[in-house]
Design a protein around this ligand. Structure first.
Ligand code: NAD
Length: 486
């Protein structure tokens, strides 16, 4: 196929689209065919973007929050006006269903700009005792400078805008690098920035791989801050490579999230939500449930009904609005996820539905796509890789428990600490368990209900720092204490 048949993306630097001499292939996961060509940027392109961002900083950082807010709201309007184009592109690029992109990814991307456009107007600074030793003490906050933003492939525009919006709302300028596997919607958004009113250089987007473009951003001396969402393994490299510059880091990483289901849970609601929390977006959400602990008295009933409900979760062509799941991101990732199911069988576990049990029939054009059915496994030891490692696909393990203290300790017995769900109608128990779980977010009797004002992030290997309303503002600004003797 000639190059002309593909979408060819260009970097967006200093308000202009700039072609890159080297390109890499990006695939449509639902067909396995090349969908677009993405710039393979390196240190040179990143340096040009950082210079443009540095140049734009003095003007943008001194605009009033109200002026910046207006521009962010306009960008939200423009994304919403083209919602369907973004939906189609996100689904084709990532493999997710158009329904998910239409209900979650793109509306939330626009909302990220709206939310931070509003929240930046309402922050207040601290003022200590008015007359402490004859002094007035108060704080001011200023933007940090050029923010380096690196995002993953699972919620491409959603997670990129979750970083860009607070960074620019707070007065920083940015150089962002989306995942090389899902760059299209970020490039489409660049086409709207001038019309929204962003001065050249405020938002720069450089496309390319992690080891080249990402690392060049992390090790650039003029980028004092990195906000990263991605895997724990990459976060280790970012921490190492940014250490010589003492950069400000926010790391949003992987999870191995438990659901704890007590016998008094509302079973109907619990099953439908746990199917969603395990398999939404092909299980490719950092907050997806992948270990389900069920109180022994209801274990057989739960397992039977859960398997039945998972079989109703339809996997197929992403453009069919009746499908719940589309394709996984890549051939390599599909093999990795399937590898965990093979391991489960080697270890003597039972696979109740999905991979190797049920048949997935796909239309001919999608025969080489990276699809996999929701898969439920039981009989796995807590020490197994299936219960310890992030699988990041449509696979979840179910296991019984007997006591409250036992299940808390088992749920906490992993390196990760991102999110957890607790199901019970006993409000005292819900509070007790939630407080003891090692997780940055605990949902009780629900999942993925997000108030963007609340801190978002994980503990242990799931990350460092928190993002969200006030937390993002704090991360993207430097605070200064001022003392005036009067
Ligand atoms: P990844 O770590 O492979 O890549 C994430 C981003 O980092 C990509 O843009 C990639 O190009 C870049 N990158 C890779 N190597 C780099 C390097 N050496 N230097 C700088 N940048 C580099 O992660 P992924 O596979 O794209 O995403 C899946 C992971 O993201 C999962 O672990 C998932 O749990 C995690 N995630 C976390 C959250 C959260 O909010 N906690 C949200 C979504 C995804």
């Amino acid at each position: 196929m000639s190059k002309d048949k593909y979408l060819v993306l260009e970097n967006y630097i200093g308000g202009k689209f700039v072609p890159c001499s080297k390109l890499i292939d990006s695939f449509n996961p639902s067909t396995g065919e090349v969908y677009c060509k993405v710039p393979d940027s390196g240190p040179q392109e990143v340096d040009a973007a950082v210079r443009a961002a540095k140049e734009a900083f003095p003007d943008w950082s001194t605009k009033s929050p109200a002026e910046r807010s207006k521009v962010l709201n306009k960008l939200a309007d423009l994304i919403e006006a083209r919602l369907e184009e973004f939906v189609q592109a996100e689904s084709k690029d990532q493999g997710k269903t158009i329904t998910f992109a239409r209900n979650v990814d793109i509306p939330r991307s626009a909302y990220n700009f709206r939310f931070f456009a509003s929240s930046v107007l309402h922050h207040t600074n601290d003022c200590s005792q008015m007359d402490h030793m004859g002094c007035l003490n108060y704080t001011v906050r200023s933007p940090v400078g050029v923010a380096g933003l690196i995002s993953p492939w699972n919620l491409p525009l959603y997670l990129l805008t979750w970083k860009i919006a607070p960074a620019v709302a707070a007065g920083n300028t940015v150089v962002a690098k989306p995942s090389e596997m899902t760059s299209v919607t970020a490039w489409m958004m660049c086409q709207l920035l001038e019309e929204a009113g962003f001065p050249p250089g405020v938002i720069n987007i450089v496309f390319g791989t992690g080891p080249r473009a990402g690392d060049a951003l992390v090790s650039h001396p003029d980028v004092p801050l990195i906000s990263f969402t991605g895997s724990t393994a990459t976060a280790r490299l970012i921490t190492e490579h940014s250490a010589p510059y003492c950069k400000k880091l926010s790391l949003e990483l992987g999870g191995k999230n438990p659901a704890i289901i007590f016998a008094d849970a509302d079973m109907e609601q619990c099953i439908s939500t746990t199917v969603r929390s395990s398999f939404s977006n092909q299980g490719e959400i950092c907050l997806c449930t992948s270990r389900i602990f069920v109180e022994r008295s209801i274990y057989p009933e739960f397992l039977a009904r859960f398997v039945e409900a998972a079989r109703q979760w339809k996997t197929g062509v992403p453009s069919d609005p009746s499908n719940d799941n589309g394709a996984l991101i890549s051939k390599e990732h599909l093999q990795k996820v399937k590898g965990y199911v093979a391991l489960a069988l080697e270890e003597g576990a039972q696979v109740h539905c999905g991979e190797g049990v049920d048949k997935l029939i796909l239309p001919q054009p999608n025969a080489s796509g990276y699809f996999m059915l929701p898969t439920i496994i039981s009989g796995v030891k807590d020490s197994s890789a299936l219960m310890q490692e992030e699988i990041f696909g449509p696979v979840t393990c179910v296991t019984p428990f007997d006591e409250e203290e036992e299940v808390i300790s088992r749920a906490n017995d992993v390196r990760y600490g991102l999110s957890a769900t607790v199901w019970s109608r006993d409000v005292g128990r819900v509070h007790r368990v939630a407080r003891k779980l090692q997780a940055g977010l605990v949902w009780t009797n629900c999942w993925l209900v997000r108030d963007l004002n609340l801190p978002f992030g994980g503990m242990k290997n799931s990350g460092i720092g928190r993002e969200g309303g006030k937390d993002s503002y704090h991360f993207f600004t430097e605070v200064k204490s001022i003392t005036i003797k009067h």
